[in-house]
Write a protein that binds this ligand. Structure first.
Ligand code: APR
Ligand code: PHB
Length: 394
């Protein structure tokens, strides 16, 4: 058995785990990161593309935003659309904040590069990760490393940053944890295409055939999503059908708007789920990111919420381990959950407002809601504040 000791054992090398290790090292706290997948796999997962203002501000403060500044693009708002209407919301004008278009995949690469520069210990391709003694001051993690050697990582604290399928969440005993869940009767078909975007800012479109989203990754690459039934088989969606559905749902009968098409380089089906678990701390185990909550992608909150969690968690662990002060650690779960529920509500609300379910009453409610949001300053500001993101610490 290989035995290693560190202050914080971080399970998962996604954005939550990587940013946490970075923030901890700035506080003088050492950590070891364990990850089941390979470095290449983690760096190439396609994710959403919108960063909230507070995420960008934090990355800038940490000196991690050089590439984001060069390659990302500030967006002042979004377009909301339904048949015969396309209306723009200007977040910058409404609330003085904006969002950035920068692939979350790129954020992951920037974080990994920064951790490598600092010599962070990250073990990829581990298996059999099991958490032990989290209710004591000496928790430890058992795993098998990439070379097949059984290992034991002793720590003062374990950070469960292992996403929606990791083992950390289940380590909190059944009698202690509460969970809230909502599944949706539809999924998203996500498409990446080598074509210049046909819009300056994102278009969220409600259409009788189903929701569609026109997003982008760069001046040359567009990203699209279509509402499809659950269990959709990709084989039923050849390129022609995808472009036809996008042109219909995103189509706009004013100003001669057309959708430019190009080669599709990637397509996949994404399930939609809302999930929250509480508490986000049990003894010496702290959960952050998708390990504790999952939002449907409408509104692109997943990564932003993971960033907000670890921005709270890092100073809490620094105070606990560096000064033996448990005040912030004791408050972590309740503090984090306030924002978690705000984002859970916002993602559910955006999803519910924009997706079709064939119910004529719901159709009228959705159109009325879209009309109000885009014609009342108060309605628009509410959406803008949630979309561009509340300050960290909300
Ligand atoms: N041992 C070690 N690592 C594990 C284990 C395990 N048993 N199980 C899962 N992991 C790893 C996963 O392989 C993954 O790389 O934990 C990582 C969790 O990363 P994410 O799923 O990206 O979750 P998180 O870091 O919380 O990021 C949250 O970012 O891009 C967005 O949409 C994404 O909402 C998500 C958000
Ligand atoms: C994306 O660009 O992938 C994206 C953007 C906004 C969303 C969801 C996904 O709400």
């Amino acid at each position: 058995m290989v035995r290693v000791r560190t202050q914080v054992a971080i399970i998962g090398a996604g954005p939550a785990g990587m940013l946490l290790s970075h923030l901890l090292s700035l506080e003088g706290i050492e950590s070891v990161v364990l990850e089941t997948r390979s470095e290449e796999y983690v760096a190439s997962r396609i994710r959403a593309g919108i960063l909230e203002q507070s995420t960008v501000d934090l990355l800038r403060d940490l000196g991690l935003a050089d590439r984001l500044e060069r390659e990302g693009e500030e967006h002042h708002g979004i377009h909301l659309q339904w048949p015969h209407e396309r209306r723009h919301l200007d977040f910058a004008e409404l609330i003085g904040r904006s969002v950035w278009l920068y692939g979350q995949t790129e954020v992951q690469k920037d974080l990994v590069a920064a951790r490598h520069r600092d010599g962070q210990e990250i073990h990829y391709e581990v298996s059999g990760t099991t958490l032990h003694d989290v209710e004591t001051d000496h928790p430890w993690v058992e795993y098998v490393d990439a070379a097949g050697r059984p290992c034991r990582l002793d720590a003062d604290v374990i950070a469960g940053c292992d996403g929606s399928f990791g083992p950390s969440r289940a380590t909190v005993p059944d009698g202690v944890r509460r969970r809230w869940e909502r599944s949706y009767p539809f999924s998203w078909l996500g498409v990446l295409a080598d074509v210049a975007p046909s819009t300056d800012e994102l278009i969220y479109a409600r259409h009788p055939d189903g929701f569609a989203l026109h997003s982008m990754r760069s001046r040359e690459v567009s990203r699209f999503y279509l509402q499809v039934p659950n269990e959709t088989d990709l084989a039923d969606w050849p390129e022609d059908r995808i472009w036809e559905a996008l042109a219909t749902r995103l189509g706009h009968d004013r100003d001669g708007w057309t959708l430019a098409t190009g080669p599709i380089t990637e397509k996949s089906v994404l399930p939609m789920r809302s999930f929250v678990m509480s508490p986000m701390r049990h003894g010496r185990l702290f959960l952050a990111g998708d390990a504790a909550h999952i939002v449907p992608p409408t509104g692109a909150k997943g990564l932003n919420l993971a960033v907000a969690d670890v921005a709270l968690l890092a100073p809490a662990l620094a105070a606990l381990l560096g000064k033996n002060d448990a005040t912030l650690a004791d408050a972590y779960s309740a503090t984090a959950q306030r924002r978690v529920w705000r984002c859970t509500h916002f993602s559910w609300w955006m999803t519910t407002m924009l997706h079709t379910d064939g119910d004529p009453f719901n159709h009228q409610l959705q159109v009325s809601q879209l009309d109000w949001i885009t014609s009342s300053r108060a309605g628009a500001a509410g959406l803008a504040e949630n979309y561009a993101g509340l300050p960290i610490g909300f």
